[in-house]
Design a protein around this ligand. Structure first.
Ligand code: HEC
Length: 102
């Protein structure tokens, strides 16, 4: 019985310590660029992961972005038709491209 009291006492104190600390969550503005085709990204890309996953790649070539869209379709079974894939690739290249086709 003594042991049980000791354990509950320990648990209680550690919980208390946590609530005593001041936790601040920094506000991070999401740099989503609006543009032609953004709705296609919203409708086809953001049901599995956030936009951050895409932005993390930095500025890339058109071929790179097309490759990522294809990877999502082939490997992760994203239900994206060819028309949307083209619109999305163009959007990504226009907003997050490095100017190179290849
Ligand atoms: C069916 C779910 C699904 C959809 C829809 C989807 N993705 Fe992904 N995506 C994933 C998964 C799962 C990963 C994580 C792979 C990993 O962690 O290695 C990922 C990772 C990524 C990455 C990180 C780099 C990489 O190669 O893993 C990029 C960029 C990306 N997705 C872009 C897109 C774009 C653009 C679209 C829309 C055309 C899209 N995704 C739609 C599932 C999806």
């Amino acid at each position: 019985m003594k042991k049980l009291i000791l354990i509950t006492g320990l648990l209680g104190s550690s919980l208390f310590a946590q609530t005593n600390e001041k936790i601040e969550v920094p506000y991070v503005p999401f740099p989503v660029k609006m543009g032609k085709g953004f709705e296609a990204v919203q409708a086809n890309c953001l049901m599995c992961h956030s936009f951050g996953y895409i932005l993390n790649q930095g500025r890339q070539s058109k071929k790179f972005w097309r490759g990522k869209v294809d990877k999502m379709i082939k490997h992760f079974k994203a239900p994206i038709d060819e028309k949307s894939a083209k619109i999305i690739t163009n959007y990504l290249f226009e907003q997050y491209g490095n100017g190179k086709k290849q």
